[in-house]
Design a binder for this molecule. Structure first.
Ligand SMILES: Nc1nc2c(c(=O)[nH]1)N[C@H]1C(S)=C(S)[C@@H](COP(=O)(O)O)O[C@H]1N2
Ligand SMILES: [Mo]
Length: 421
């Protein structure tokens, strides 16, 4: 899948006004109202968003040892992933909600597939219908395009807008479901099909006083037919409410917004589709980019230690540092770790499997001297991508891929009680 070519083509079509959904004139109207992209991305900017937040936007418990709450979202604490195995348990998987988690009755839920890219009229599927189709199970990363955004500010002194995530807007789960291609073919996919757009059943996203409609984002038919799942199970359980119950998209290697939760309908069009989620959001804006922004779809490459910034260790004793690295371009080849602020780098030991579209766990032994230290991890993938020292600035703070500096402290080990000496 050549995302660059697709993005460039759609961008030109959109500029030429050949767009249905949110076209360029609508966007200019929004801009005239003062609803610019950064303002639209601000968290909880509207009274409606604030009201949704007040009504518990997330259903599952968010204990402080597992999550950092961020508006309508919840970030996984990396310390909670130590010793939990390859997949992130549901109780600590991050949640990114534009509004709030809807409670949907799976017995009466229906998926409607419709549009001019089908040979016939709309086709409905119940959950039972989907479960009767051949299923696949895959370990896949879902990561928010804004994961790591706060480091643009704390590490690069740049101002960006949007949810101030650390590195915990990412997780790997075992997703089971039916291939989107299977469902589209059953629904009568025609050779005229161009784009495929799922829409969520959560409340419409209202920001800056403008109702942008249901959360939705188009996929080119080529990606939709390639590796996309309509998932109804997560880590062996029915999909939980916060993660899209009863059915969500899982779009490997693409930014989290592609993996639409609580799917109610899927439009198959015979012309390019656009939505606010690929026009004013999820574009690179800023001095290095065209005024109208540069579209993108693919996630980048990152690493994280399984600890929280500011963690403390006993000085002079061996400690096993653990972490995970992942890339949307392919498996991780190796990971280097520095415990001295970037002077010396050592290869981390890989632990467990290295799965395409998921992550690689790793570890490294260390004996810290007393005092403050800076930890860094830098991944290289099989395509030769290496995490840079500086991430490319963009005003909405997407795809922070630079090596993150993690401050920790080694404190004198507590003295043994007198009786034990
Ligand atoms: N319907 C709907 N789908 C959605 C969203 C949403 O708010 N509504 N958020 C998207 C974003 S931005 C991300 S990063 C992922 C997060 O998935 P998770 O909450 O299961 O971790 O869901 C995506 N799908
Ligand atoms: Mo996201």
């Amino acid at each position: 899948m050549d995302e660059r070519a697709y993005d460039d083509r759609r961008f030109r079509q959109w500029q030429a006004g050949r767009a249905r959904g949110l076209d360029r004139r609508d966007l200019l109207k929004l801009a005239a109202l003062g609803v610019t992209a950064p303002a639209l991305a601000a968290v909880g900017a509207s009274p409606a968003a604030a009201a949704a937040a007040a009504a518990a936007p997330i259903v599952k418990p968010l204990p402080p040892e597992l999550f950092k709450p961020l508006g309508t979202n919840a970030e996984t604490l990396w310390s909670s992933l130590k010793d939990v195995g390859y997949h992130v348990p549901i109780d600590r998987f991050f949640v990114r909600n534009h509004t709030s988690t809807p409670i949907i009755d799976s017995a009466s839920w229906r998926l409607t597939v419709f549009g001019a890219g089908l040979r016939g009229g709309p086709v409905e599927f119940s959950l039972r219908d989907l479960e009767r189709l051949p299923s696949v199970t895959r370990s896949v990363t879902i990561e928010c395009a804004g994961n790591g955004r706060s480091y643009f500010t704390t590490q690069q002194a740049q101002t960006v807008s949007g949810t101030a995530w650390g590195l915990g807007a990412v997780g790997v789960a075992r997703w089971r479901g039916v291939k989107l291609s299977t469902v589209l073919r059953r629904a009568g996919l025609s050779s005229r099909a161009v784009d495929v757009q799922a829409a969520g059943l959560d409340p419409n996203y209202v920001t800056g006083g403008v109702d942008l409609g249901p959360v939705r984002r188009p996929l080119p038919v080529r990606k939709a037919l390639d590796d996309v799942l309509l998932a109804y199970e997560m880590n062996g359980s029915p999909l939980p409410a916060d993660h899209g119950h009863p059915v969500r998209l899982v779009v490997p290697s693409w930014i989290g917004i592609s993996s639409i939760k609580w799917v109610g309908s899927i439009e198959v069009s015979d012309e390019p589709l656009f939505s606010p989620w690929n026009t004013q959001f999820y574009r690179f804006f800023g001095p290095d980019f065209p005024a109208e922004g540069q579209p993108f779809d693919r996630q980048s490459i990152k690493s994280a230690f399984e600890l929280d910034p500011g963690a403390t260790f006993p000085a002079g004793l061996p400690v096993r540092l653990t972490g995970r690295s992942w890339s949307a371009a392919g498996r991780i080849k190796h990971v280097e770790v520095s415990t001295d602020g970037g002077t010396r780098w050592r290869r981390a030991r890989p632990v467990g499997p290295s799965i395409d579209n998921a992550w690689q766990r790793w570890e490294l032994d260390w004996r810290p001297a007393e005092g403050p230290h800076v930890l860094q991890a830098r991944a290289t993938d099989v395509r030769g991508n290496v995490q840079p020292d500086v991430a490319r600035f963009n005003t909405l703070g997407y795809l922070f891929d630079a090596v993150v500096k993690v401050p920790v402290t080694a404190s004198p080990a507590p003295a043994a009680p007198a009786a034990l000496r």
